[in-house]
Design a protein around this ligand. Structure first.
Ligand code: UFG
Length: 325
C-alpha cells in the first residue's frame, strides 16, 4: 500500500505541485486545506480534507483517519507587503497555526515534519549569497512569523519525537511544466504573475523601487522553479532525519536576477513591450536575497535545481497563463 503523506495547503501553488510529484512517486498525498486561496481543481492526486490548521478538532480527526508518518506544512499566508498591514493575521496563521499543527503531530505520532520557511527570515542580509549561518533578522512580520515557526520546531522536535526538515525557499516561481497547475494571476502580488498579466492585458507594470543599492537599482531575487521546490521535498522524504533532529536548508538556484532582468525575460517570452511605471520602494522589501550554501542540500539530500534559467521559469508561467485563461 502506498504511504500516506499529509499536506497542509495541498490545494495551493507549491502544495499542489508537491502532491502531483508525490503521487507520481507512489505516495498518497492527503490535502488538508481551508480553501481560502487553494483551488479545488488542483486537488486531483489524493483526497481533500477541508479544514483550517487552527481548527484542532478537524486536525485531530484528519490525522486520526489518515495516520501519516510525514507531514508537509505549506499552509500559510505568504505576502510580505500584506504582512506589514495585517501583522496579527500573519502571526496567527503562520506562527500559531504552525504551533497548533506541531502539537497535533506530536499527539498522532508523526515522524517527519517538513516545514516551508522562507528567505525572508534573513531580513536584509549583509552578505550575498546568504549563508545558513547568516543571522536571521527579519524586516517584516511575514519573515518573523516564519522564523517563529522554525523556532517552535527547533524547540519541540525532541519533545514531539519528530525529525524536522526546514526549507528556506527563495522566490518560488514558474508553473507546472505540464501546465496542469500553476501560479495565481488574479489579484497576484508577486513579480512574475504581475508582469505576465501586464504583458497579456496591455496594462502598466509598476517597479517598486529603482534606488536600491544593486547593479541596476532594482531588487534582486533568486527565482527557484516550483517543481524544483517540490523535488526538494521528495528528496527530503527519501532521506529522512532522525527523531528529535532538525536540519535546515536554503532552497534556491544561487543566482540572482533584478526586477529589470525579470521584466526583460517576460518581454522576450511574451514578445511584448511592457508599459512601465516607476514607483517608490514597497514596505518590507529587502534589496537582495540570493541563496548560498546550496552545497549543503546537494550533499545531504542529493537535490539541485533543474531549472536555472529565468527564461525557462517565465516560459512555464506564461504557458500556464495561456492554459488557465
Ligand atoms: N515587484 C515589483 N512590482 C510588482 C511586484 C513585485 O517591482 O508589481 C518587486 C518587489 O518589490 C520585489 C520583487 O519584485 O523587489 C519580488 O517581489 P515578489 O512579491 O515577487 O516576492 P518577494 O521577494 O516579496 O517575496 C517572495 C515570497 C516570500 C519569500 C520571498 C523570499 O512571497 O514568501 O520571496 O525572497 F519570502
Amino acid at each position: 500500500m502506498s504511504e500516506t503523506v499529509f499536506v497542509t495547503g495541498g490545494a495551493g501553488y507549491i502544495g499542489s505541485q508537491c502532491c502531483k510529484l508525490l503521487a507520481a512517486n507512489g505516495y498518497r498525498p492527503v490535502t488538508y486545506d481551508n480553501m481560502s486561496s487553494g483551488r479545488p481543481e488542483f486537488v486531483r492526486y489524493g483526497p481533500l480534507v477541508e479544514g483550517d490548521i487552527l481548527d484542532g478538532f478537524r486536525l485531530d480527526a484528519a490525522l486520526q483517519e489518515y495516520r501519516p508518518k510525514t507531514v508537509l506544512h505549506f499552509a500559510a499566508l505568504i505576502e510580505v507587503e500584506e504582512s506589514t498591514r495585517e501583522p496579527i493575521l500573519y502571526y496567527d496563521v503562520n506562527a500559531c497555526g504552525t504551533l497548533a499543527l506541531v502539537e497535533k503531530c506530536k499527539e498522532h505520532g508523526v515522524e517527519h515534519f517538513i516545514f516551508s520557511s522562507t528567505a525572508a527570515v534573513y531580513g536584509e542580509p549583509s552578505v550575498s549569497p546568504v549563508k545558513l549561518s547568516t543571522p536571521t533578522t527579519p524586516i517584516n512580520p511575514y519573515g518573523w512569523s516564519k522564523l517563529m515557526g522554525e523556532r517552535f520546531l527547533q524547540d519541540c522536535a525532541v519533545d514531539a519525537g519528530m525529525g524536522v526538515t526546514i526549507f528556506r525557499y527563495f522566490n518560488a516561481s514558474g508553473s507546472d511544466p505540464d501546465a496542469e497547475l500553476g501560479v495565481r494571476f488574479e489579484g497576484a502580488s508577486h513579480l512574475i504573475p504581475r508582469l505576465i498579466s501586464a504583458a497579456a492585458e496591455g496594462t502598466p507594470f509598476s517597479i517598486f523601487g529603482t534606488d536600491y543599492d544593486t547593479a541596476d537599482g532594482t531588487c534582486v531575487r533568486d527565482y527557484i522553479h516550483v517543481l524544483d521546490v517540490a523535488n526538494a521535498h521528495l528528496a527530503a522524504m527519501k532521506s529522512p532525519v532522525d527523531a528529535g533532529h532538525v536540519r535546515t536548508f536554503n532552497i534556491g538556484v544561487g543566482r540572482g536576477y533584478s526586477v529589470r532582468e525579470v521584466l526583460e525575460s517576460v518581454e522576450r517570452i511574451t514578445e511584448t513591450k511592457i508599459d512601465l511605471q516607476l514607483k517608490d520602494q514597497r514596505a518590507g522589501d529587502a534589496s537582495e536575497l540570493v541563496a548560498g550554501d546550496i552545497d549543503e542540500v546537494v550533499n545531504m539530500l542529493g537535490w539541485h535545481a533543474e531549472f536555472t534559467e529565468i527564461d525557462d521559469i517565465v516560459f512555464h508561467a506564461w504557458r500556464w497563463y495561456c492554459a488557465d485563461g
